[in-house]
Every structure is written in C-alpha cells, then in structure tokens.
Design a protein around this ligand. Structure first.
Ligand SMILES: *[C@@H]1O[C@H](CO)[C@@H](O)[C@H](O)[C@H]1NC(C)=O
Ligand SMILES: *[C@@H]1O[C@H](CO)[C@@H](O)[C@H](O)[C@H]1NC(C)=O
Length: 370
C-alpha cells in the first residue's frame, strides 16, 4: 500500500551491520590460529619449528624464520626478511644464520659440501675467503626441560687435513723455539717424529677406509630464551665453540620462545566450545524446568509460563531500543543521510507495531484464560 516501511528499512540495516561484523569476526578467526600462514604451510604431520614440551608448554618459532618477501604478499609485522647475524667478536668472523630454514641469502662454494647441500645451509661464516657451513637447516625444535633447542648438523668438515698439519707444525715449532733444532741429532725429537708419522699413517688409513662417513662435521646448537618485551626484536648471540671449532653454540632471545597455550586442533572442542556447551545445557535446564514449574505449580499459560517472563520481556524491550539506537548510528554511515528521519518515523511505526502486538497478546490471553 505504501512504500517500504521505515521499520523494514531499519531491519535491513541491522542485518547489514550484523553481516559485516560477522564477516570481520570470521576473518579474525581464520587468521588467528596460524599467524604465519603466509610463510609456512602447516602439514598434518609434525610441523617444523613447532614443539610441545612434556609439561604442555607450546612453542611456535615460525614467526622468527627470516623469509624472502614475495611480491603482493603482506608479511606480518616484525617478520625478518634478512638472515640473522651473530657477531663473532674474538673469533674474528661473524656468523650468518636463519631459524628453522635455510639462509635467505644463499651461499656458494662451501668448504666440504657438494653443490646440492648449498641450498639447505642453515648457518655459515666466512674466514680467509672461504665459506664454512655450520650445518644444514632443521626444523626439529626440541624442548629439553625449560630449554628450547634447535640443532643444525652436517656442516663443513671440522678440521680440513691441511689445516691440521699446519697447526701441528706450528705447535712443534713452538715447542722447539729457541733450542738448537736438528731433526736427526735429538733422540727425543726422533721419537716425537716417529709418533707423529705413526699417528699420521693411522689417520690416513682411517680416512681411506671410511673416508666420508667418519668425517666430523661442524654443527650448530641454538638455545632459545623467552624475552617477553615486544620492543626487542629477535636477536641471535654467538656463545662460543668447542676448542677444535666443531660445535657452535648460539643463544636466541625471542618473544616466540615463551611457553604458550597450544591452539586447539580442528575437530576437537576448544575451551570456547566447552563453555558454549555448558551454557546451552544450563539454558535448556532453566527453560524446560521453568516451564514445568510455571505450568504445574503456578498454573500459568501462554508466554507467562516461561520462567521469569516479566524480567525477560523487560530485557527484550530494552534490547529492541538499543537496536534502534545502534541502527540509527549505523544509518549515519550510509551515503544517504536519513538517519534522523528514519528514526523519527520508525519510532512512530514501532509504537504502532507494539500496539498491534499488545492487542494480539491480549486477545490470545483471553483465549487462554477461557
Ligand atoms: C662483524 O660485524 C660487525 C658489526 O656487525 C662488524 O663491525 C665487523 O667488521 C664484522 N666482522 C667481520 C669479520 O666481518
Ligand atoms: C675398514 O673397514 C672394514 C670393513 O668396513 C673394517 O672391518 C675395518 O675395521 C676398517 N678399518 C679401519 C682401520 O677402520
């Protein structure tokens, strides 16, 4: 009879508002469980760089992995796009490494590694123009008590044979420094040389026998420390090596190394789900029990047999009013500025509707009373 009533317009707006907020909520939900979904793909098996300790603490270090920024992919705030640099101080070289992934800036011509191994190097350093690997990357994060540890193994051979010989010569020269050094006149020296050649030939035999498998290779052990302050970016410190520079130790301070709660797996009921179930059971008990009581004991009929009818009716009318206010503010964001008009005309319509409802309910009540 007349154009769409203001109240219908309003209800449409309410629906629009609710829809947009719901869309936002679902966006948040889908993005929250995996903050780094853009950088790593989660697999159904063991996820690299994620660990759960025996006491239930959950760690996810994937946000600390340095990644190459792809075009058109927005990285999460604080994502590293460059490898970590650990200063070597007295060691005379700096170490470049990445966490749970190969170094972003690839290296080539690595000592003691074939070209297939170059792309998986997790840590390296350069010394004397040569690149040494500290191990192939790994995502096997291991909680060990209160420590969280990651280890890279299979780097460059620990002591290249020529280096060892150089060192030994240096050492023997050091021993005999200042003494009149003659190879064949000194018995002691002869013995020493015999020992040395013996051990050398032993070593050669070993090398020829189990040539490649027995080679000791450099490794890096990285320990993670929880640092809750959000201002401190993740930083890697070099701790030291063993005397023959075979095992390297690092310490990483990161806010992601703090124990957290494991995000619930899809399919299982999370804490929110448990709460919702309890809530709905309680609601069902309240409604069914209340209706039973009102019907049998108080002998109410119609809407009034609902438990605490007057209370809920009051809340309902309050909510309705709140909705009207919200929708009027919602309407203000629409290009057509008609918030006030629709509000004023809607209030008239609302009261009209209310009158209709009241009349209807009275009618029903009379019928029930009969
Ligand atoms: C190591 O890094 C520091 C600062 O990051 C720099 O001053 C130093 O020259 C570097 N040392 C080497 C050997 O590259
Ligand atoms: C060499 O290898 C053989 C068989 O693999 C083994 O029996 C032998 O003990 C090895 N010798 C050395 C010196 O390692």
């Amino acid at each position: 009879m007349h154009p769409p009533s203001p109240s219908r317009l309003l209800s449409g707006l309410v629906a629009l508002c609710a829809l947009t907020s719901a869309a936002h909520a679902s966006d948040d939900e889908s993005s929250s469980p995996s903050p780094s979904s853009s950088t790593t793909t989660t697999t159904s098996t063991v996820t690299p760089c994620v660990a759960t300790s025996t006491n239930g603490a959950f760690y996810d270090l994937r946000p600390d992995t340095a990644v190459i920024p792809e075009k058109d992919v927005k990285l999460a705030r604080g994502t590293h796009t460059e490898d970590y640099l650990a200063r070597g101080y007295d060691y005379g070289y700096n170490i470049t490494l990445n966490i749970c992934a190969p170094v972003v800036k690839g290296v080539e011509d690595v000592v003691g590694l074939t070209s297939e191994g170059w792309s998986k190097i997790g840590a390296w350093y350069e010394k004397g123009g040569k690149v040494y690997s500290l191990g192939q990357e790994s995502g096997a994060l291991t909680p060990r008590g209160r420590k969280l540890v990651l280890q890279y193994t299979g780097g460059s051979p620990c002591e290249p044979p020529e280096d060892k010989d150089d060192k030994r010569k240096l050492a023997s020269r050091g021993v005999h420094e200042g003494a009149a050094y003659s190879k064949y006149s000194d018995d002691e020296d002869e013995d020493r040389d015999h020992d040395q050649t013996d051990s050398d030939s032993d070593k050669d035999k070993q090398n020829s026998n189990a040539s490649k498998e027995k080679v000791r290779r450099k490794s890096a052990t990285i320990s993670f420390l929880c640092d809750r302050s959000p201002d401190n970016p993740t930083a890697v410190s070099f701790v030291g090596t063993d005397p023959d520079e075979c095992s390297y130790f690092f310490e990483v301070r990161s806010q992601h190394a703090c124990a957290g709660a494991e995000p619930h797996k899809p399919g299982s009921v999370g804490p929110g789900g448990v709460f919702a179930i309890i809530f709905f059971i309680a609601l069902a008990v309240y409604v069914i029990g209340g209706i039973f009581y009102q019907r049998t004991v108080v002998k109410q009929r119609g809407w009034r047999q609902l438990p605490n009818y007057t209370l809920w009716a009051g809340i309902w009318s309050f909510l309705k009013d709140t909705f009207i206010i919200l929708t009027s503010s919602c309407a203000r964001f629409l290009p057509i500025r008609r918030g006030y008009r629709s509000l004023s005309s809607s209030s008239r319509g609302r009261y009209g509707n209310n009158d209709d409802e009241n009349r209807l309910i009275d009618q029903l009540d009379e019928e029930w009373d009969d």
